[in-house]
Design a protein around this ligand. Structure first.
Ligand SMILES: [Cu+2]
Length: 508
């Protein structure tokens, strides 16, 4: 792959359409000069006491991911992706979002507890040339959250083209832990995404039959919008905020030299104590924060290795997680000695969710296809033959409890300030990352077993493995109520969500 010309590269990218999940391109030559790690701009807003105002402007633009190739993209305040927003617990944030693209969009605050009308889901759509302002109090713990488009039937393509960014919350506890906390120096946001490109440099989206079934996956890995970047480590103890911003792919992250690292936080905040491991699974929309000791000052590679779990079986697994992928390189040769230490305790272990306090238990079945198997394949083929992205006509392929998402149907009501257990069964062959808006939940068990230590903290997404796996989560709904405007629960494989694996509940 050395000295590959741009033309050859584009050609092989095109060829990869035929075998979209097996093509492996060397990004090294084609991104020469473009693979320096980019720290997203930090946007701390304009502060007046505890009131903080932000502006996000959604634009269409072009981004040079490969030398001399301009890819049409969407971005917030920049050409691709958006700034890292940052606020403190107790702040009242006011975010004005302007839509300067030619289609309806939204911005959803993923992982945030907030009133339904501020959530940025499909009910808060922003028309072209209009703006929407979301204001809410940050009342949850320090965490690495994110934001992204949640437009009805358009979430997948809009996020794929760039409508996403990170949202960091700090609190007094997080400030006192002595963790690496210099933004962009030893505290590094990393939004990981996989992409596929057409011959002309445009993103390839929903062009192959499996895209619809498995969700959009590609073999080109980008971190913060840079193809397989190299991060020059400035400190011997690095804190990486790893965010799976991919539409569908689950990663199994590990370092090439097998070095251990410490997981300190999950989706919605710190774990009770750091968990030392050499490998971690990160499903779509999940976040973890890790501490990596690079005091040996080596060059290392963060990669994703083939999965032995979570990806279903047979063809489903083959098509999803069978690739070894380079995520990013870390060059620690010039790293300065860090004065930071890995804490022994990160937060108190009481997550204040008591099973005895449960007011309601609900059951959810995640379903794909017409009875699965060949029925599902036939359905897919038929839809591919019909072409296009139109998912409105036959909303029966992806369902929860037998129903595809209908924006005019509220599936159930939840009582404010109540505690519920949701039992999610996966009646399909592949794993689905299940997400609930407005709450932070705890995973009680997965197939009757306690969750992995990395999933022991507060979360907003949980991967439900394929083939009748059962996951139970427990959560307390906050006092926000709105009889009319619902919150969403859905699969976070965005193509599944767009095709109907989503439902709505109100809190009353
Ligand atoms: Cu799904």
């Amino acid at each position: 792959m050395k000295k590959q010309s741009r033309r050859t590269f584009i050609k092989s990218a095109g060829a990869s359409l035929l075998l979209p999940l097996t093509a492996s391109l060397s990004a090294k030559t084609t991104t020469a000069g473009l693979n320096t790690f980019v720290v997203p701009p930090l946007n701390i807003g304009v502060r007046d006491g505890n009131k903080v105002s932000y502006k996000l402007s959604i634009n269409s633009s072009k981004t040079e991911f490969f030398k001399g190739v301009n890819t049409p993209t969407l971005g917030l305040n920049q050409s691709y992706l958006g700034p890292v927003l940052r606020a403190k617990r107790g702040d009242i944030v006011n975010i004005k979002v302007e839509n300067h693209i030619n289609e309806i969009t939204t911005v959803h605050w993923h992982g945030m507890t907030l009133p339904a009308k501020m959530d940025g889901g499909p009910h808060q759509s922003i028309n072209p040339n209009q703006s929407w302002t979301s204001e809410f109090k940050i009342r949850q713990e320090a965490a690495t959250l994110w934001y992204h488009s949640h437009a009805m039937h358009k979430t997948g393509p809009q996020v794929y083209h760039g409508l996403a960014g990170m949202f960091i919350i700090d609190d007094e506890g997080s400030d006192k832990l002595g963790l690496p906390d210099e933004y962009g120096i030893d505290d590094i946001p990393c939004t990981i995404q996989d992409r596929r490109f057409n011959q002309d440099g445009t993103f390839s989206y929903m062009t192959a039959m499996p895209d619809r079934m498995m969700g959009m996956m590609g073999s080109i890995i980008m971190v913060n919008g840079v193809v397989t970047p190299t991060l020059v480590a400035k400190s011997t103890l690095m804190r990486l905020r790893l965010h799976n911003g991919s539409n569908a792919r689950t990663y199994n992250l590990t370092f090439n030299d097998g070095r251990p690292f410490h997981i300190i936080a999950g989706d919605c905040g710190f774990l009770h104590k750091p968990f030392k491991t050499k490998q971690i699974r990160l499903a779509a929309a999940e976040r973890i924060e890790i501490l990596v000791d690079v005091s040996d000052r080596k060059e290392l590679i963060l990669k994703s290795i083939p999965s032995s779990d979570g990806g279903g079986m047979g063809m489903m697994r083959m098509m999803s997680n069978n690739e070894e992928l380079t995520i990013m390189k870390i060059d620690a040769r010039q790293a300065k000695q860090s004065t930071r230490k890995i804490p022994t305790i990160l937060r108190n272990s009481n997550f204040k969710l008591d099973q005895k306090a449960v007011n309601q238990t609900r059951k959810f079945s995640l379903q794909m296809g017409m009875g699965g198997g060949m029925g599902m394949m036939r359905g897919m083929m038929g839809r591919m033959a019909n072409g296009g992205n139109d998912t409105n006509n036959e909303n029966t392929m992806f369902r929860i409890n037998g129903k595809s998402m209908d924006i005019n149907r509220i599936d159930f009501q939840v009582k404010a300030n109540s505690t519920e257990i949701w039992e999610i069964t996966n009646d399909s062959p592949m794993a689905h990352p299940f997400h609930v808006h407005n709450v932070q939940f705890r995973v009680l068990d997965i197939n009757g077993k306690r969750p992995h230590p990395s999933e022991s903290g507060l979360k907003d997404v949980v991967l439900v493995p394929g083939h009748h796996a059962r996951v139970r989560i427990i959560m307390r709904f906050p006092e926000y109520s709105d009889a009319k405007i619902p919150y969403m629960y859905h699969c976070h494989i965005l193509e599944h969500e767009d095709q109907g694996m989503m439902g709505q509940f109100t809190v009353v």
